[in-house]
Design a protein around this ligand. Structure first.
Ligand code: NI
Length: 236
């Protein structure tokens, strides 16, 4: 393996951190650095390094790592410790199959409760997506667009699960969107979906959402397959 720069060197800490905030400061700081790629997939995070960096004991570090593991941003691996998780956990097709179930249900519950403001907001996200070229922003706007249509669903736990799935996708898109070339296609999907929701046509909306997410899984699966066959030839 080649010598990589220390991923923690990108992290700025405003110390001292009050003890009662230590866990949440560490958690937020590491989450941001993982999500924006400063700490790359596969990087191992050592508890003692983090404790030194943040100027705290190992206890809040351990708790923060546990939180990030629960959010699937880290995997704890024997002898290696906490390792930044791959961009898609497990099987992309299974992940999307589950997302389709959850998001279709949220959309169904949310549509009757959506307001004119909600539709306007969703339309604004589409407009912003149309002119955005930064892949980090595209991932974020895509998540916000989808949540704008789901967020009136009264089931908070359902929305939380959905947001986790969208966060995972956002992180994946940030690093892979350029190579996949998904952009314009999903814009047409988004517009059609918004129109059907505005018409309060639940069945059509759900059908369009399913198509949209299925298209996503096809592109991602194809992309991952080709990336995998490439990496077998040229190991990094
Ligand atoms: Ni989308």
């Amino acid at each position: 393996m080649t010598q990589k720069p220390n991923p923690l060197s990108s992290i700025k800490v405003n110390s001292p951190i009050p003890a009662h905030l230590a866990r949440s400061v560490i958690e937020e700081t590491l989450r941001a650095a993982i999500l924006d790629g400063r700490i790359p997939c596969g990087a191992a995070l050592r508890q003692q390094d983090l404790a030194d960096l943040f100027g705290v004991s190992r206890m809040p570090v351990r708790e923060a790592l546990r939180q990030l593991e629960a959010q699937e941003l880290l995997n704890v691996i024997a002898h290696k410790g906490a390792v930044v998780a791959p961009l898609v956990q497990g099987d992309a097709a299974e992940t999307y199959a589950l997302r389709i179930l959850l998001e279709a249900e949220a959309l169904r519950l949310s549509i009757p409760l959506l307001t004119a403001d909600d539709f306007e907001q969703a339309a604004r996200y589409i407009d912003e997506l149309e002119i955005e070229h930064d892949y980090t922003e595209i991932g974020r706007l895509n998540r916000l667009f989808h949540m704008a249509l789901y967020h009136r669903a009264p089931n908070r736990r359902l929305l939380k699960l959905i947001e986790e799935g969208l966060n995972e996708e956002e992180r994946f898109l940030r690093f892979n969107l350029e190579a996949m070339g998904l952009g314009k296609l999903s814009q047409d999907d988004h517009r059609a979906l918004l129109r059907a929701a505005e018409d309060r046509d639940i069945d059509l909306s759900v059908k369009l959402l399913e198509q949209h997410l299925n298209r996503g899984v096809e592109v991602i699966t194809r992309y991952l397959d080709s990336a995998e066959s490439k990496s077998r030839k040229t190991p990094k």
